[in-house]
Design a protein around this ligand. Structure first.
Ligand SMILES: [Ca+2]
Ligand SMILES: [Ca+2]
Ligand SMILES: [Ca+2]
Ligand SMILES: [Ca+2]
Length: 268
């Protein structure tokens, strides 16, 4: 649900907006060998090509200081690193638990920002297959149950790589989950790789936020933490809690917050 809002605040935030930026996860991490666990800190708030042991690329569009990255483990995944052998990709993410195959990389933006996904690469472990394998799905999920992108029965290159390119119409949401499902490969489900996840951030006007009550993590979910974060901002007279944009903090802002909260968070 989008809320309408006084123009004064919205134009002020447009002036503050930083424009489009992009970082690339290359999975080049010093000292991390084959089967090494991808550190959950890799990709968080990227502000330079090199951050201690972590290395990134960028495409001349700047970095992503307002985005955190995580590698899902909650469904039994083992997010792992491999050097070479997956087509022509070098240093990749793979999901090491044979038969699981639910690879997922999650990009989460701070309140007031959204993630923009430009592209990512995939490949299959060359020596594991005689032809390019077909996996159940490649998917990009936003906050809505309807995927932003989905390809079922996706064929993944074993000799070079397969690029999913959205640069003509980038995918955008507060939180983006880049997923593959390779469980159909059974014991070879771990022979599928992600690499070169290219993403950016964009500052968004609260008027255009699909879920303006979603102040706190978990993002895309409205719960007590969002109520608590709203009340903290409200009590501090933070402009983000001035839901009707009139400069006052009173019952009307609480009322709008509660109706947004009740409406839920499925719009994007
Ligand atoms: Ca992280
Ligand atoms: Ca790489
Ligand atoms: Ca939340
Ligand atoms: Ca107000």
């Amino acid at each position: 649900m989008k809320r309408t809002h006084a123009a004064g605040i919205s134009s002020a935030l447009v002036i503050l907006s930083a424009g489009t930026q992009a970082s690339v996860l290359t999975f080049l991490i010093d000292g991390l060998g084959n089967f090494g666990t991808i550190p959950q800190a890799y990709g968080d708030r990227i502000v330079a090509l090199d951050d201690d042991i972590y290395h990134y690329d960028e495409q001349g569009e700047g970095f992503t200081p307002n985005i955190e990255v995580s590698y899902t483990t909650s469904d039994g995944q083992d997010p792992s690193h491999w050097g070479t052998g997956y087509g022509d990709l070098v240093n990749i993410y793979f999901e090491n638990n044979d038969g699981n195959g639910s690879g997922e990389v999650v990009l989460t933006a701070d309140y007031g920002y959204e993630v923009v996904l430009y592209s990512f690469d995939m490949s299959a472990y060359t020596n594991a297959f005689s032809i390019d394998p077909t996996i159940d799905a490649v998917r990009v999920q936003g906050c809505s149950p309807t995927p932003l992108f989905e390809q079922l029965n996706a064929v993944i290159s074993r000799t070079t790589h397969t690029t999913y390119d959205f640069t003509a119409s980038p995918l955008q949401a507060r939180e983006i989950r880049v997923q593959f499902e390779s469980g159909n490969l059974g014991g070879l489900s771990d022979d599928i790789a992600f690499d070169n996840i290219r993403f950016g951030q964009v500052a968004v006007d609260p008027v255009d936020i699909a879920c303006p009550s979603d102040f706190a993590t978990p993002v895309c979910v409205l719960d007590f933490f969002d109520v608590s974060a709203f009340l903290t901002r409200f009590n501090a007279s933070d402009p983000s809690a001035d839901f009707n944009g009139d400069g006052d903090f009173n019952f009307f802002d609480v009322s709008i917050f509660l109706s947004e909260y009740t409406a839920g968070c499925n719009a994007d």
